[in-house]
Every structure is written in structure tokens, then in C-alpha cells.
Design a protein around this ligand. Sequence first.
Ligand code: TPP
Ligand code: SF4
Length: 313
Amino acid sequence: MAGELKLKELSKKQDLFTHGHRMCAGCGAPTLVKMVLLATEYPIIASNATGCLEVSSCISEYTAWKIPWIHSAFENAAATISGVETMYRALKKKGKIQRDIKFIAFGGDGGTYDIGLQSLSGAMERGHDMLYICYDNGAYMNTGIQRSSATPRGADTTTSPVGSVIPGKTQRRKDLTRIMASHNIPYAAQASPSHWLDLMKKVRKALDANGPTFMNIISPCNRGWRSKTDDSIALSRLAVETCYWPLYEIENGVTKVTFKPKEKKPLVEFLRPQGRFKHLFAPENEALLKQLEADVDTEWQRLLKESVDKEKK
Ligand SMILES: Cc1ncc(C[n+]2csc(CCOP(=O)(O)OP(=O)(O)O)c2C)c(N)n1
Ligand code: SF4
């Protein structure tokens, strides 16, 4: 039986992702990993795709992980953990393991939306009992801020550079959460470290679903977003309150928005503190800014229409 998700209770639990890692100060990823591991009382085995979280948390011969953890190649964190889960089931059947163990794969947006998508799709379709967590910072940060299919329209990255040719990334971002839900998995959700209780409840639901589940968690990166190191949680909150990053879940095909801002904040409040969007405030890029606002509004309206508890505002 899992304990209550109360700060007093949680503060007594062992931190399973410890200090001493080399992630940048203010990076969202270690914070959300701590939350994920604090949320569960199952023993966890994790795989981790190559990326900032992986290279900075396990520098030979040290590790920040206090759980069994496997570094996968960039493209196959889902396949790796699905193999481990299969072995676990086989050993359990033979009576060689008695405990209930849960399996989590972590990957950045490059490793999840792009290069690991085939491996992830396969693992979800095969129906493994595993949770895949994408920490979405909106670019390939570890190798120098290259655009991914999660990068928002208009963002300045090293492979969508603002200049005389393009005004940042010209394409709309991929909606991976919906793509994963379309695998007819029991649980898919979006979360943010700013809303820790919502995030932790979703982790518990996902791990208790006894099937393939997916969570997409926004993960501020002050290097790539060109924002202040102490602004990460505030920015992830603004992402939610402007509806850039809606908090919702799709449980057995039923969509529910889990947080509705009392008043939706203007998108510019999320964009303005980030250097990657600075050019959007120049008069010549007004149309692009409007397009980005329209992308966010369209998706938010669609979610509200689909959400089961429409009456709560
Ligand atoms: C097949 C392969 N291609 C490229 C790389 C180089 N590489 C290592 S980490 C990385 C970027 C990872 O981006 P993302 O998954 O978004 O995670 P982040 O670094 O942002 O945490 C790349 C391109 C690799 N390790 N393997
Ligand atoms: S570059 Fe970004 S994602 Fe990588 S450790 Fe630094 S803040 Fe985190």
C-alpha cells in the first residue's frame, strides 16, 4: 500500500536520485526524476536513453541513481526496459522472483519524439508493464541545442537559427502525448514539475495500470531556453497557466484536463523570459507570434471539448 502524497510523509522517504550529478543548476530534469521516484513505493528498475539526464547522472564510476539503472543507446530505452520486464515476468512465473517490481524508461524529447519513437511505439503495442517518461525540454540539449520535433514553432535553436533565412523553427511541434494515447494504452498523461502533486498522482496511476503507459513532462532547460537558472519552476508553471503545456490525462480512452487555470494567462508571459523567443517580439515576426498563439489556443479548446469534467472551470 503506497503512503500518502503529503510533503511531511514524502520528506521522510529516501531520495532515490541523489545530489552530486553534473546537470546544470536549475535544470528541470533532476527535479522531475526525484518527484517520479518519490511518488512510488514499488521497487523500480529504469533505463535511460542517451541525453543530458543520462550523461550527467552516471559519470564513471559514480552514479546519482539509487535504483538499478541501465544506460541505453539513444534510440532504444523503451526496447531495453521491455526486455528487462519480459525477463522479470519469466522469472516470476518460475517462482524465482516474488516481489512486484515496476519498470520505467526515461528519455529526452530527441530520444523520444524522434529517434526512439519506433522502439517506444513497439514496446507500447506489445503491451509491456512499463512506464515511459519523456522529459521534454524542447531540443537536443546535450549536443548543443538542435531542434527536435518537440521544439515549438518560432524557437531559435542551432539548427533552426534566427537569421535572414528563417525566423527560428517554422514547423509546429509534434503532439506526442496524443500519438502515444492512440496506441490504445491504458494511461497517457502530461505533467509539469510546477504541479508536483498532479505529477506524482499521475506516476502512481501509470504504475498501477498494469500495462504500457506514457508520461510527457515539461523540463525547463535554462541553457537552451536562455532563461535564468532560478526561473525553471516558475517557467514550467507559466507553461501550464498559459495552456502552452496543458495538464491532462487519457485513461482508458477517456480524456480529463487535470488542471484548469482560473484565468488563462497570455502566452507571451511564458515566451518573454526566454531568449530563444526574443525575436518573436520584433514587429516583423508578429505573424509568427500570432501563429504560435493560435496553435496553443486550438489545442486547448480541443482538450476542453474532449475533457470529461467540462463543468469545472
Ligand atoms: C544514434 C545516436 N545519434 C546521435 C547521438 C548523439 N547524441 C547524444 S545525446 C544527443 C541529444 C539528446 O537529446 P534529447 O533526447 O532531447 O535529450 P537532452 O540532451 O535534451 O536531455 C545526441 C544527438 C547518439 N548518442 N546516438
Ligand atoms: S543543458 Fe539543459 S537539459 Fe542539459 S543539463 Fe543543462 S539545463 Fe539540463
